[in-house]
Each structure stands twice: as structure tokens, then as C-alpha cells.
Design a protein around this ligand. Sequence first.
Ligand SMILES: Nc1ncnc2c1ncn2[C@@H]1O[C@H](COP(=O)(O)OP(=O)(O)OP(=O)(O)O)[C@@H](O)[C@H]1O
Ligand SMILES: [Mg+2]
Length: 112
Amino acid sequence: MKLVTAIIKPFKLDDVREALGDVGVQGLTITEVRGFGRQKGQTEIYRGAEYNISFVAKIKVEAAVPAARVPDVIEAISQAARTGRIGDGKIVVTSLEQVIRIRTGESGEGAL
Ligand SMILES: Nc1ncnc2c1ncn2[C@@H]1O[C@H](COP(=O)(O)OP(=O)(O)OP(=O)(O)O)[C@@H](O)[C@H]1O
Ligand SMILES: [Mg+2]
């Protein structure tokens, strides 16, 4: 199992949610976050000093998925979230040791 974490532009959330549903992702967690990448936020906002580091509002999307689904999930997020402009975001994949469905006690991929 893997945890796919994507940082995306907030207005792309609906597209990403739909694309993930289309590839069989059953559950998602989102968080409103702020961050910066290589441009340090300065070209994504229109206020503040040019060389100040600014945090830009993003949405973090997290999905726990079977390892075999990761390529499809990456492709779905990439296509749905891409505008071709800076700040489109990033996808990080990490290994998941265990997942448990609290209601039933199921664990592993059966709990996803
Ligand atoms: N190395 C990183 N570690 C943690 N979070 C990151 C990292 N890089 C980017 N992020 C997060 O992803 C968001 C979007 O990053 P962004 O797409 O601007 O990356 P980038 O590498 O600068 O690419 P681009 O040149 O396309 O803008 C950032 O606002 C930040 O929240
Ligand atoms: Mg950037």
C-alpha cells in the first residue's frame, strides 16, 4: 500500500477528485495548506516585495491506495491538476505500513 500525497492548486480540486474517482480511489483526505516551491511564491502573487518568500494557498490531497494502483493514480492527478503554469504542484508517494478500517477491524488492502 502507498500513500499518494498531492499538493495542487485549489481550483483544481474538483477535477482531481473526479479523476481519482474514475480510477477507483474510494477515499480521500484534503487539507488546506500553504507552501512554496522553486519560485518561492514571488511570481504567483501580486503583492509584497519581489524577493520576499511568500506562502501560496494550496490543497493537499491524500489517498491511501494499493501499490498496483499508483501509476494510474499519478496519471489521473497529473492530468487533472496540470495547467502548464508554475505552481501546478507536486505528487509524493510514500510506503504505507498498515491501514485499519475502524468499524470492522479489516486491515491491509481490504481496509482501503
Ligand atoms: N520540495 C518540496 N517539499 C515540500 N513541499 C513542496 C516542495 N516543492 C513544492 N512543494 C509544495 O508544492 C506546492 C507547489 O509547488 P510548485 O508546483 O510551485 O513546485 P515547483 O518545484 O516550484 O514547480 P514549478 O516550477 O512548476 O512551479 C508548493 O506551494 C509547496 O506547498
Ligand atoms: Mg513553483
